[in-house]
Design a protein around this ligand. Structure first.
Ligand SMILES: [Zn+2]
Length: 322
């Protein structure tokens, strides 16, 4: 038997060898026998194991026979939250590798890019640079620095999260006072929508500060396809959102006009400019100066006519501005 075993082992390691045929045949028999025995054993044992308890309960003689061994172990009571392990999370410093996107990093740590962008106070996550360090939470959630009047309950309510999770993750005790500036992990807290849009580079900003002198919509029977913002001649105009200049030139009543394409079907239009600082094809950042207020085209005084279009359909810019 010992000899047989060594030969079989040799066969396993050396691969197929015609001379070993007999030994494998010999081995197959006891293995098969064993398998059959186990199978038969299971077939016999299974009905016993699953035999209903009812007959023994129904029979008044069961006590005389003796209590049968317990066949079922009742499951532990469920729904006891105190048995769940406390929520854990920590902060990791991650060095951005070439080709990394926020989606990659978020997926690696089972979180989401919006939260990462907010935690790292990123203005635009498309500008992630290799070698840059990103702070990553190991769960979805945000970070918060405690203000003087902050309490655990207050923070939990403001971010709509579970105070018990907040306590567990930050190793606090109920009733603990928070120290000002203390950094807290807010498990499962979600960033505000505007913050998310800003992080994605999708949030529009005001192109300049000024008084709205004409709103979007019909006025005197004519459609006004944007808003007019009055400002002194020469006031710098900023790109409302990052994008590519698709038009910079003169267009009829618009006068000197810049159109930015933001890549998701949205464009923004800046009209009546006195001067233009960018040219067609150029990429611009959100907040970059692209031109100056003027009164070119059909205009009664210096102002910016500002439009936002979705698939070339003018929309009310006030629906997109903060
Ligand atoms: Zn206008």
């Amino acid at each position: 038997m010992l000899n047989l075993e060594t030969r079989c082992t040799a066969k396993l390691t050396e691969g197929s060898d015609p001379t070993e045929t007999s030994s494998t045949c010999v081995m197959k028999i006891p293995l098969r026998c064993l398998f059959v025995l186990v199978t038969v054993g299971l077939l016999v044992a299974a009905p016993v194991a699953f035999m209903p308890v009812a007959p023994t309960v129904a029979s008044p003689d069961s006590d005389a026979v003796g209590d049968p061994p317990p066949l079922f172990i009742p499951p532990p009571p469920s729904g006891d939250e105190e048995l769940e392990p406390p929520l854990q999370a920590h902060i990791i410093e991650y060095e951005v590798q070439l080709g990394d996107t926020m989606w990659d990093i978020a997926a690696e740590y089972s979180t989401d890019p919006e939260s990462l962008a907010v935690i790292n106070e990123m203005e635009n996550w498309n500008r992630l640079q290799p070698g840059e360090t990103v702070r990553v939470l190991t769960i979805s959630g945000l970070l918060h620095r405690a203000d003087p009047d902050d309490t655990v309950e207050g923070i939990a309510e403001r971010y709509q999260i579970d105070a018990r999770d907040l306590i567990a993750v930050n190793h606090l005790r109920p009733g603990d006072e928070l120290s000002v500036g203390q950094e807290l992990i807010l498990p499962h807290a979600r960033p505000e929508q505007d913050t998310v849009l800003a992080a994605r580079g999708e949030l529009f900003q005001w192109p300049l500060q000024g008084r709205i002198t004409s709103y979007f919509g019909y006025r005197w029977g004519r459609m006004h396809s944007g808003i007019d913002i009055a400002a002194p001649h020469g006031t710098p105009i900023e790109a409302s959102r990052a994008g590519r200049v698709t038009f910079a030139g003169w267009r009829g009543g618009y006068g000197q006009l810049i159109i930015l394409d933001h890549g998701d079907g949205k464009t923004s239009w800046y009209a009546h400019l006195s001067s233009m600082s960018v040219g067609a094809g150029q990429l611009v950042d959100r907040g970059q100066v692209i031109g100056h207020v003027g009164t070119t085209g059909r205009s009664t005084g210096p102002h910016l006519h500002f439009e936002i279009r979705v698939h070339d359909d003018p929309r009310n810019p006030l629906d997109y501005l903060p």
